[in-house]
Design a protein around this ligand. Structure first.
Ligand SMILES: Cc1cc2nc3c(=O)[nH]c(=O)nc-3n(C[C@H](O)[C@H](O)[C@H](O)COP(=O)(O)OP(=O)(O)OC[C@H]3O[C@@H](n4cnc5c(N)ncnc54)[C@H](O)[C@@H]3O)c2cc1C
Length: 553
């Protein structure tokens, strides 16, 4: 009898899973497994919350497979060694999996493909983690990935809508194969693992309880999708779309599906088509271009496409997607200390600290807050490399994804030279936060030292008179840190550095790289106030030559 292994990696779901269908269609017996290996799903790289989310997703998948007579083996080891042993013990004819867009995953998959070629095993890779096949976009764009989002959208439009989700496997006709005990023992098959199984524990003080608890898995993701579609419908009725970005809400339970999409507990194509259908039903499809309604989902594809053939996407050196900026050396103790303050939420800027602590406590932060944290670390204040930020986010974000996270860091940090972000008001850790959460509830939630601070000092506690600090039991410099930089001075200095860099770059070395399409896009992406657009004018005159060169690319 022919045997297929369906190897679950990112697509941790039974719905819209073309590779799983291939496994069933091609072989008589099916084995389903997930592998913790050294190079991609390495437990050492995970913080507590993302690991818990991933393990819950695996347990949920196992439960759903059990309902149709199967099970998920959760193994640990080198994939090639695992497949080799399966072939020896019970025979192996097909390996199926979903395409991975990150270079580490692709390197791992190349090894598996070679093993399959040498052993007469058919390896079937399908595309369903993205809306479009990134390879097709690159081909359509003349062999290179589109470096701006608009360019990406235009290329995608030429291809047309992404494929619709595929149907479910006919479970009644599936015969599941058991993995022999010798294989389960050799590769330490895990039953209901928790982060503690891997020696991963929460890193936040016990008295800081999470306000919002995320649950991993397809079952919860599909429930959340229903809730999310209701929310989108309400927005359509009120005359707008993309509610999460248009009206950032930092306090209500988040309606985000990003972590579910990251692990493929929810199919991106299902999300895309459900949103599209909802919109067509509401407006008969002709009020807005369809791609605007789903544009947030398309951002994700944009970054995947940029990273698929770029093994250096997560670094500065030899990375064609980003321009190299001489960031501060973090080996210098003072800079290292600044980085540490940022990571631990002790910068003395309450809005920044609230975001960094929410990351550690819950693992998810709103896009607008991510923007402000990324800007603060890089071009806004500390002038520290985006790679440091990426590494920290990769460990603690629930939705941490190499391609998407790197791409966003490159885009925000300025490796794009976007002039609009030079404006010191734009992502000011005080005024940006105040616009988003005027009452300071968000700060009080994640920075409890400040919970009794009078509202007028919540964003700038260093301005609070000493007598009041004593009254509210929070002495600045003792109970809560003094700010580690003066934003006004730091942002002015950084702006000058950016300007000098722009001017010093000649036409020749200004190669195309990941950058915003235009200013409107920056304003929307970064949720910038209109005043920023006005602020920009004098600077543009001053820097018009550099700007012209930049724009000509
Ligand atoms: C520095 C930084 C790092 C980031 N790292 C990640 C990451 O590792 N993983 C991740 O999924 N998102 C990342 N983002 C993008 C974005 O912040 C999150 O996708 C978003 O906060 C998810 O919230 P939502 O689901 O409510 O978004 P919605 O507005 O509801 O968007 C729907 C979905 O579209 C996708 N999406 C939205 N915005 C973006 C974007 N800018 N880039 C790519 N996809 C997007 C997400 O899958 C999201 O769930 C990062 C942003 C920044 C500024």
């Amino acid at each position: 009898m022919t045997v297929a292994v369906h190897w679950f990696r990112n697509g941790l779901r039974l719905h819209d899973n073309p590779a799983l269908i291939e496994a069933h269609n091609n072989a008589e017996k099916l084995i389903t497994l997930f592998i913790f290996d050294e190079t991609t799903f390495n437990p050492k790289w995970y913080g507590y919350n993302p690991m818990r989310f991933l393990l819950e997703s695996l347990i949920d998948l196992n439960n759903n497979l059990a309902l149709v007579g199967g099970r998920l083996y959760i193994l640990q080891g080198n994939p090639v060694n695992i497949f080799k042993m399966i072939k020896e013990k019970i025979g192996l004819h097909f390996i199926t999996y979903e395409q991975d867009c990150a270079h580490l995953g692709r390197t791992r998959d190349e090894k598996v493909k070679s093993f399959c070629d040498e052993n007469d095993i058919k390896c079937i890779e399908t595309v369903s983690h993205t809306l479009w096949n990134p390879k097709s976009i690159i081909e359509k764009n003349g062999g290179v990935p589109p470096f701006t989002f608009k360019q990406f959208q235009n290329t995608a439009k030429q291809i047309g809508h992404p494929p619709s989700p595929v149907g479910n496997v006919d479970w009644l006709s599936v015969i599941f194969e058991e993995l022999p005990a010798s294989i389960q023992d050799e590769f330490k098959n895990l039953h209901n693992p928790t982060p503690e199984t891997f020696g991963i524990y929460p890193e936040v003080p016990e008295n800081l309880t999470s306000t919002y608890r995320w649950y991993g898995g397809e079952t919860r993701a599909l429930e959340q999708l229903k809730e999310r579609l209701e929310y989108e419908k309400e927005a359509f009725v009120n005359g707008f779309y993309l509610p999460n970005q248009v009206n950032p809400d930092l306090l209500s339970p988040p309606s985000s599906l990003s972590a579910a999409l990251r692990y493929g507990c929810l199919s991106i194509r299902k999300f895309y088509w459900e949103l599209t259908k909802l919109f067509i039903n509401k407006f008969e499809g002709d009020l807005l271009p369809m791609y605007s309604v789903t544009s947030q989902l398309i951002w994700r594809d944009y970054f995947y496409t940029m990273s698929i053939d770029n093994k250096n996407f997560g670094q500065i050196e030899d990375n064609p997607a980003c321009i190299s900026i001489p960031w501060n050396d973090i080996k210098i103790p003072e800079n290292k200390k600044m980085l540490e303050c940022w990571k631990t939420g002790k910068t003395g800027y309450p809005f920044i600290d609230a975001g960094m602590r929410q990351l550690m406590q819950e693992g998810w932060i709103h896009h607008v807050v991510r923007n402000s944290l990324a800007s603060f670390l890089t071009r806004g204040d500390l002038w520290i490399s985006w790679v440091e930020g990426l590494n920290h986010f990769m460990k603690y974000l629930l939705d941490a994804d190499f391609s998407v996270c790197s791409g966003n860091w490159i885009w925000v940090s300025s490796s794009t030279f976007e002039q609009l972000l030079d404006c010191p008001l734009c992502v000011c850790p005080v005024s940006y936060g105040l616009r988003l959460d005027p009452s300071g509830e968000y700060i009080k939630r994640y920075v409890p030292e400040l919970k009794n601070m009078p509202a007028q000092f919540l964003y700038e506690p260093w301005k609070c008179p000493e007598s009041v600090q004593k009254q509210v039991g929070c002495i600045i410099g003792k109970d809560y840190p003094n700010c580690i930089v003066d934003h006004t001075i730091a942002s002015k200095g950084n702006r000058k550095k950016m300007l000098a860099l722009r001017v010093s770059m000649t036409n020749e070395n200004r190669v195309p790289h990941c950058c915003p399409s235009d200013r409107e896009e920056v304003q929307k992406f970064m949720y910038l106030p209109d005043e920023c657009m006005q602020q920009l004018l004098p600077l543009e005159n001053q820097d018009s030559k550099a700007y012209d060169i930049y724009k000509s690319h």
